[in-house]
Write a protein that binds this ligand. Sequence first.
Ligand code: HEC
Length: 122
Amino acid sequence: MSAARWLGLGAAAALLSAAALAQAPAAKPAAPLHQYPDADLVLGAKLYAEHRCAACHAGKVGGDGSAIYRPKGRINTPGLLRGMVDYCSTELKLGLFPEEVTAVAAVLQRDHYRFPATQAPR
Ligand code: HEC
């Protein structure tokens, strides 16, 4: 970034993108989810894979397991979704921290539930 300045490129676009790069922490999503504004999606995806959530669901419903997620079913708000992840974590003794529960819920929201942004956070 300092090299760009040193070269005297000076173009506003170059400076802006350099600043954006410098400020964006690698683990944060480009656009935060409205439903879980503080969620770390990278962490959530990692935990989701680590705890084999999909593997067990697949054993139950077949396919890749995603048929178990029914946004129009019992779990039909972002709050209930987070609550369900919390419940699973407790039941399965995963010992997820609160921010980890939020992270996993956010990944499910992004990939499966897709509750509208108008729904209140948590
Ligand atoms: C040992 C098996 C097993 C594991 C591991 C598991 N689940 Fe589940 N999960 C289930 C079963 C069975 C259901 C269906 C419960 C029901 O509908 O009564 C379920 C349902 C759910 C639902 C609600 C689906 C809906 O829309 O009704 C969510 C969300 C969920 N699981 C998330 C997770 C997450 C996240 C993980 C990993 C951290 C996980 N589960 C790990 C067995 C498992």
